[in-house]
Design a binder for this molecule. Structure first.
Ligand code: B3K
Ligand code: ZN
Length: 882
């Protein structure tokens, strides 16, 4: 694991495995520090691989007890074993049975990869390469086998024993022990293996699939928390039904289980039939979770469930194909959420996240293609580029083909590749075959990193009644990709007349544009529309049809027209964002030049019109009232970034909105007041969101009445959403009500770690020079622990990734603190440390002073000896010159 030099893995060097595994029989005798694991594998030479080859199995920190072939102990001169590898130089050149015994230490496993203990419960995490920490195995996704798992444990210590598949047998054993045997009939790669053992409560429900299969559904939680699992169960049932309807996918085992654990490196894991979740994404009641927690729970339950087909039944040939399962599954969960909630509000949220995280990643030293071609540590490629940009690529296929052909393509994919480990090419060819279209050039979306920049220039010719649209594209250089080829860019486009209505789109060659879809596939292209009787406003990239950065020659009155009337609601929101971005970027320059920020009456008028439009859903209105994030503005500026000036520019705009829209905001705050009991549904949540955005903007004026409203809402709230929103508003103001509310919050919820995490997040994200000292002090708070990833992410992650001004303090102390934290975390949990180190992903874009300090902090990390491969990969790439 801690090797200084490790050869990178390259896509171009993929070779099929020499050996295949037909079945795996695992036998665990659970013990906190010494768990013996016996693995019995039926192996056979891979006919596709050619000549007889040695059998080389992966390991990671393993200790071997014994090896047997066909029941006979293998003499020590017939194999070599290190913690990282078991090699049998001359195995029989025929199918045989290999029996391996290893000994693992769940309690000592602080990496939370492999078999570990979390709050006394045993659980596993095997993706990407954790199975090799349990037993020696060809730990690569193209080796798929049928697993049977026998677990034996002390009945008092672990009354619940779970693994993948269906329960075959269970019973008591002498000496207070018991056992369970699970069998999963579906061949799977090792990364989908899971085991759970412990004291857990559960809730149970059932689901009948469309072909009539009865499925037991269980959600396991810490005993006493069963009443918090209801929304997750409800989300699961809706996901199962939706996948049958939207993609024709049915569940395929007798039972589906979700287990919530409190120590987890990420959100959740799609192990076959036994999803393991971070408890944060399972547990919710109205008084413990916010509306956005409910949204995340629903989306992640759906995401992991959808992996049953996109990831499990069809898996990835190798880890370079990660987007095959992740990009597609994110696309699927986004569509699910769009169908369950508001489509446009979901789209806005997804695009906001894409711009704030993925576009920022794509613009910095960690940029990589959706399908990378080289990695040193695969866990560092579970990125927003692979996931979210990967989903956008699938969405573009949908946009270009339309729903019917897209569905034919996915049907073909499921039919053709079920039971296989597939590639991105095989996926895309299904759409080509279903539609008869050529996706050759489109494949560049998988191989070229960077966000394409499109310039759209419209010219109206009043005499000829034509509108000419000139489009040009370039994709900026990214690490190891200095030059780029033109991409295929689907731009859903409309021309809006002055009355706000869409004009018919007819090209000068007589063709009518179907669904408004223009496809740009050359460096530059022009389209001339005829029969245009007045200068239209150009509305393009509707619904964000391509993940690009668009610059269009739109006049402010075009943008206001779009904000008020665009038939594409996404672009109504976008028009407001564009106006806001222009103002914010301009004001950053003014602030840095010592001038006062400017006011844009046009933007404020556009917002007033939206607020007055009673046909709009409140959640949408709320989105228009939220300006682009600080990270997004920084990316827009691109270089010589001063986070303090960005913060001030944004704060000035928010204060201005609070002042100018005061009446509308106050009246919305009053009329949207809670009536009736809390319900997490999208419409009720939308009311709360808008009301809380209004409150926050009113308070942005610093006016004492508004602070009073927030303090009162904090006290009187009957649900966590409203209480947290009021606290978040107060946390932005240096007023006595802030400290009082923070203390009160801690006292109320101190026994509930997931709620105290919210308290950590707010304090860490406060844009105040005192925050760093506060965060440092909180690392010694009894509720904090460096060992628990949720605590670390809430306090330190929120500071590093969510507090632009304080992480980027001009004195560099923010960087030093995060560097220290990374070095502290790394020996125990390299994956967590490595995630933390991505906070430096935009350091090159900073102004010179901060840039130098960030670079020094990165170098200090890089120079540390014994650094994990995980962290060293990130800091090396962050520092690299190309
Ligand atoms: N597939 C997992 C992520 C595994 C991360 C390994 N470092 C969760 C998901 O994407 O659904
Ligand atoms: Zn996933």
């Amino acid at each position: 694991m801690r090797t200084e030099e490790h050869r990178p893995v390259r896509l171009s060097e993929y070779r099929p495995p020499d050996w295949l595994v037909e079945t795996v029989d695992l036998d665990f005798k659970l013990h906190p520090t010494q768990t013996p694991v016996r693995a019995t594998l039926k192996v056979k030479p891979n006919p596709a691989a050619g000549a007889p080859a040695p059998l080389v199995l992966d390991g990671d920190e393993l200790s071997l007890i014994s090896v047997k072939i066909d029941g006979q102990l293998l003499p020590t001169d017939r194999f070599t074993a290190t913690p990282e590898r078991l090699t049998i130089a001359q195995p029989p050149n025929r199918p045989f049975t290999l029996e391996i015994e290893t000994l693992v230490d769940p309690k000592g496993n602080t990496q939370l990869s492999g078999l570990y203990q979390s709050s006394g419960n045993y659980c596993t995490q095997c993706e990407a390469e954790g199975f090799r920490r349990i037993t020696y195995y060809p730990d690569r996704p193209d080796v798929m086998a049928v697993y049977t798992t026998r677990i034996e444990a002390d009945k008092a210590e672990a009354p619940v024993l779970l693994s993948n598949g269906n329960l075959k047998e269970s019973g008591d054993l002498p000496g207070g022990k018991h056992f369970a045997v699970w069998h999963d009939p579906w061949p799977k790669p090792a990364y989908l293996f899971a085991l759970v053992g412990g004291r857990l409560g559960h809730i149970e429900d059932k689901f009948v699939t469309k072909s009539g299969r009865n499925v037991t559904l269980r959600i396991y939680v810490e005993p006493g928390k069963e009443n918090r699992a209801g929304y997750a169960m409800d989300s699961l049932k809706r996901s199962m039904r939706w996948d049958e309807e939207a993609f024709g996918r049915e569940y395929d085992l007798d039972i589906f289980m979700v287990v919530a654990v409190s120590d987890f490196n990420m959100g959740a894991m799609e192990n076959k039939g036994l999803n393991v979740f971070n408890d944060k994404y399972v547990l919710a009641t109205s008084t413990t979770a916010t509306d956005s927690d409910y949204v995340s729970i629903e989306a992640i339950i759906a995401h992991e469930y959808f992996h049953n087909w996109t990831g499990n039944r069809i898996t990835c040939r190798d880890w370079f194909q990660l987007c095959l399962k992740e990009g597609f599954t994110v696309y699927r969960d986004q569509e699910f959420t769009s169908d369950q909630r508001s489509r446009v509000v979901t789209r806005i949220g997804d695009v906001r996240a894409l711009r704030t995280h993925q576009f920022v990643e794509d613009a910095g030293p960690l940029a990589h293609p959706v399908r990378p071609e080289l990695y040193r540590e695969i866990n560092n490629f579970y990125t927003t580029t692979v996931y979210e940009k990967g989903a956008e690529v699938v969405r573009m296929i949908h946009t270009m083909l339309g729903p019917a052909l897209f569905r034919q393509g996915t049907d073909l994919y499921f039919e053709r590749h079920d039971g296989e480990a597939a590639t991105v090419e095989q996926f895309v060819i299904c759409f080509a075959d279903a539609s008869g279209r050529d996706f050759g050039q489109f494949m560049r979306w998988y191989s070229q990193a960077g966000t394409p920049e499109i310039v759209a220039t419209g010219t109206y010719d009043a005499g000829a009644k034509t509108y000419r649209l000139d489009l040009a594209q370039v994709t900026p250089p990214t690490p190891s990709q200095p030059t780029k080829e033109p991409m295929v860019i689907p731009l859903v486009t409309g021309l809006i007349g002055r009355d706000g209505r869409d004009l018919p789109l007819k090209l000068d060659n007589g063709t009518t544009i179907d669904r408004g879809l223009l496809v740009l596939d050359k460096p530059a292209q022009s389209f001339v529309f005829t029969g245009i009787n007045e200068r239209p406003a150009l509305s393009t990239n509707r619904n964000f049809s391509a993940p690009i950065k668009l610059t269009a020659n739109l006049a402010p009155d075009d943008l206001r027209l779009m904000a008020a009337h665009d038939s594409d609601p996404f672009n109504r929101w976008q028009a407001v964002q564009t106006l806001a971005t222009q103002l914010l970027v301009g004001n950053v320059a003014r602030i840095r030049a010592g001038q006062d920020p400017e006011v844009d009456e046009g933007l404020l008028d556009a917002l007033a019109i939206i607020m007055a439009d009673k046909k709009l859903e409140p959640a949408f209105v709320a989105e228009t009232l939220l300006p682009p994030s600080e990270a997004d503005i920084a990316r827009e500026i691109g270089r010589d970034v001063d986070p303090d000036a960005i913060f001030r520019s944004r704060a000035a705009l928010r204060a201005l909105m609070g002042l100018h829209l005061n009446k509308a905001l106050s009246s919305a705050y009053e009329t949207l007041a809670n009536r009736g009991p809390y319900s997490p549904d999208a419409v009720s949540a939308g009311h709360r969101t808008l009301r809380n955005v209004c409150l926050d903007l009113l308070a942005a004026t610093q006016e004492s009445h508004a602070i009073g409203l927030a303090a009162r809402q904090y006290q009187q709230a009957d649900n966590m959403t409203d209480r947290m929103a009021a606290l978040a508003t107060l946390s932005l103001h240096d007023v006595p009500e802030r400290a009082a509310a923070l203390d009160d919050f801690y006292q109320r919820y101190k026994d509930d770690p997931l709620i105290i995490d919210k308290w950590f997040v707010l304090q860490a994200a406060t844009p105040d020079p005192k925050t760093l000292d506060r965060v440092k002090a909180l690392t010694s708070h009894p509720a904090f622990s460096m060992k628990n990833p949720n605590r670390v992410r809430s306090l330190i992650g929120a500071f590093a990734q969510g507090n632009q001004t304080q992480f980027n303090r001009p004195d560099g102390q923010g960087y030093e603190f995060i560097a220290d934290t990374i070095l502290t975390l790394d020996p125990a949990n390299p994956q967590l440390a490595s995630r933390m180190s991505t906070a430096f992903k935009s350091w090159r874009a900073l102004e010179a002073g901060r840039r130098g300090r960030a670079q020094a902090a990165l170098k200090r990390i890089a120079d540390k000896s014994g650094l994990s491969r995980d962290v060293s990969d990130i800091v090396q790439r962050a520092l690299a010159d190309t």
